[in-house]
Write a protein that binds this ligand. Sequence first.
Ligand SMILES: C[S@@+](CC[C@H](N)C(=O)[O-])C[C@H]1O[C@@H](n2cnc3c(N)ncnc32)[C@H](O)[C@@H]1O
Length: 218
Amino acid sequence: MTERVSRIDRPANASRWHPSARRTSTTCTPGTTTRGAFDSRWYEERKRAALLAALPWRHYRATFEAGCSTGALTAHLADRSDRVLAVDLAPAALERARRRLAGRDHVELRRAMLPDDWPEGAFDLVVLSEVAYYWAGADLDRGLTAAVASLSPDGHLVACHWRHPVAEYPHTGDDVHDALAARPDLVRLVRHEEEDFVLEVFGHPGARSVATEAGLVS
Ligand SMILES: C[S@@+](CC[C@H](N)C(=O)[O-])C[C@H]1O[C@@H](n2cnc3c(N)ncnc32)[C@H](O)[C@@H]1O
């Protein structure tokens, strides 16, 4: 492998993610001032591929992405969904997402501060990727509760978060995933853990594995 994840590639030093910088944030990782650099960073590209591969269904009816930033993941979710709603609090990031997703009429981009502005409606895919560790205090539980409440009865919640501590974030990724694992209203279908990030997929109790849904096991 010729490309390595350098220190500057890591989100851990993400001053642009800090809540105090969020309103003007256009990017997710430090050292990244253009959409292209973020998109092509191998760490991010590989993580997006892992998340997309972990989704139990090939296609979803309605997807909600919380904290979509410039829409790099949103574009892939749009390939797998009839309809996507993606929100972010940063207007500049949303503007880039709008440019990226121009012409994809089944994608709606909206400004929202989560968990307060959680959208109405049910989604069969809810995506919490690199966002829930921003929810300080009671907001973490409120955000996770809102995510579960917006999940259709057969839906999937996918969560993926950086595991290393970041001084400015109220929670680590592990805190978020511990809180998800402790919920009695979710069962885990997938867990992928690395030193740097954890990726999990949940459903409501009774959710079935991919092989079970396909009739390969009973
Ligand atoms: C690292 S980016 C994640 C982008 C995308 N989900 C992904 O994984 O590639 C985090 C985004 O969450 C947004 N964000 C942080 N806190 C938020 C909040 N409370 N409500 C809405 N968006 C938020 C930031 O503005 C930023 O664009």
